[in-house]
Design a binder for this molecule. Structure first.
Ligand code: BTN
Length: 253
């Protein structure tokens, strides 16, 4: 197993592999509470017993088949209201890795950062931050990417193997993700947000289309217009422009 990843500049230079754990996000947060930890420290595992998803969901993954990892970033240059940009770049980095490996398939991001291949979810990202003196002090970026798994309970899930009919070297993919993430991270350090948004729009699922959504228990139809300056989803609902936080809207069909 790797002690560090050679290709990235600062991510994954110190690495811990755990054969099994509850959740790599939890492990990393526990670690940084106890130790002074350098940016880029990464924990990955072959099996999570309590994998965490967004909105309190669980993340299921067959042991030894997929990628489950979390790394630490220290984005002190971001204001809390700019945090959403981390969601965008973590998703864009995933799209880059997927496009390099899976040809001729539709690869998209469901807002904010779920990666989809041909309308089935292939990767999920959970970023957990801690804020101090109104700045993002640290952020744990947790990624679950379905790599070599053949079957899923949910028909709406897929893997790289299913989509491209080959088996992948998981650590090679992990390293490639870190390199891509770093590229975007350095761009946002230089405050280059507008280009990020333009790039995001090119792969944003359902943008400019009419779909059904649910908010506060009510279903409605609308057209996704884009993302506002604090990362909210902008939806045109029958001529009325409405904005939603991640927790406020569910995508139906
Ligand atoms: C989602 O709901 O789409 C986000 C899923 C995030 C799963 C990853 S797996 C590695 C890391 N550790 C966790 O407990 N969750 C994230």
């Amino acid at each position: 197993m790797h002690k560090y990843f050679a290709k990235p500049l600062f991510l994954g230079k110190k690495v811990q592999f755990l054969p099994e754990c509850h959740s790599t996000n939890e492990e990393l947060m526990k670690w940084i509470r106890k130790h002074d930890t350098a940016e880029g420290f990464l924990i990955y595992t072959d099996n999570q017993l309590k994998g965490k998803g967004q909105r309190g969901n669980i993340w299921l993954s067959e042991p030894g088949k997929n990628l489950l990892f979390s790394f630490l970033i220290l984005p002190k240059f971001l204001l809390p209201k700019q945090f959403f940009i981390l969601n965008l770049i973590s998703g864009l980095a995933m799209v880059k890795v997927l496009k390099k490996n899976i040809q001729n398939k539709k690869i998209e991001l469901k807002w904010p950062n779920d990666a989809y291949v041909e309308d089935r979810k292939i990767a999920g990202i959970l970023i957990e931050t801690s804020i101090e003196s109104s700045a993002v002090k640290n952020a744990v970026v947790g990624i679950g990417l379905n790599v070599n798994q053949d079957h899923f309970q949910l028909p709406s899930a897929t893997s790289m193997k299913i989509e491209s009919d080959r088996i992948y070297d998981r650590e090679g993919l992990l390293e490639s993700y870190l390199v891509c993430f770093e590229g975007y991270y350095l761009k946002i350090k230089g405050r280059d947000f507008s280009r990020i948004l333009q790039e995001y729009y090119k792969v944003m699922r359902w943008r400019g289309e009419n779909h059904s959504f649910k908010s506060n228990g009510h279903g409605f139809a609308g057209e996704i217009l884009g993302i506002d300056g604090v990362g909210k989803l902008i939806v045109n609902v029958g001529g009325q422009i409405r904005k939603f936080d991640v927790k406020e809207i569910e995508f139906l069909y």
